[in-house]
Design a protein around this ligand. Structure first.
Ligand code: ADP
Ligand code: MG
Length: 230
């Protein structure tokens, strides 16, 4: 039996009447690695923001099973975060443990968890460095460590490697795949078909509407998949 974590049914998400996401249905099961593809402006980021409850659906439904929206870790588009983030790497990772609670002091256990995640991402040597001074790929690793502090159930990534060099991109996807093998459910938007498609088990191809949703194998054999991957 597949354990469904997120189920979207006829989901719509709009900006002032414009349906950026239009009638999209899919499921995310425990252990899935879902890759969302589609041209620029096809509604991929809007879909993620709606799943993350950063945006309210304008139609349809999202059901969370054994999962609160809070249980979802989020790594935003590489270009999205502020470049002026005056904090150390360790402090940035620790903020992943804030959740919705306001707290001034972190516990010993918080710090232990944050350190474990930094080690997992191979960034422990950068602990005291300023986040601002890291390279794009290093920043994404730190933000992935931060997301893992929040949850190890499900991680959502939105074009995590845009603007990042080839070698670092490979490393990031290697880490994401490793997390998936350890049981973390992955939802990622990616243009990097070479790295991302290799590891994904499901594909959602969007153009406001859902052009394709199914297994990777089905996608690779479909007309739309063949056309997109040409
Ligand atoms: P993608 O991530 O696939 O590139 P987006 O979800 O960012 O697509 O955008 C989908 C559509 O919604 C685009 O036409 C975009 O211009 C529009 N859009 C995105 N964000 C906003 C916003 N904050 N206000 C109005 N329109 C938006
Ligand atoms: Mg986007």
């Amino acid at each position: 039996m597949n354990n469904t974590l997120i189920s979207c049914k006829n989901l719509c998400s709009s900006y002032e009447g414009f349906k950026a996401v239009d009638d999209v249905s899919f499921e995310v099961n425990e252990g899935d690695y879902l890759c969302i593809v589609g041209d620029n402006g096809s509604g991929k980021s809007t879909l993620l923001k709606t799943i993350l409850k950063l945006k309210t659906p304008s139609g349809g439904s999202i059901t969370y099973n054994n999962l609160k929206a809070d249980d979802i870790g989020y790594v935003s588009q590489a270009k999205d975060y502020m470049n002026n983030f005056p904090a150390s790497v360790f402090e940035v990772v620790l903020t992943g443990l804030l959740g919705s609670k306001f707290k001034l002091l972190y516990t010993k256990n918080d710090k232990k968890i944050a350190m474990e995640k930094l080690e997992l991402l191979g960034m422990e040597d950068f602990k005291s460095k300023s986040f601002n001074n890291l390279s794009g790929g290093q920043k994404q690793r730190v933000l992935l460590a931060r997301a893992l502090c929040k949850t190890k159930k499900i991680i959502v990534l939105d074009e995590p490697t845009t603007g990042i060099d080839k070698e670092t991109t490979k490393i990031l996807y290697f880490i994401v795949e490793l997390l998936n093998k350890q049981g973390v459910t992955i939802i990622t938007v990616s243009h990097d078909l070479e790295n991302c498609l290799k590891d994904a088990n499901k594909i959602l191809h969007m153009k406001q509407k859902c052009l394709f949703y199914g297994t990777k194998e089905e996608y690779l054999n479909s007309e739309i998949g063949k056309e997109y991957l040409k």
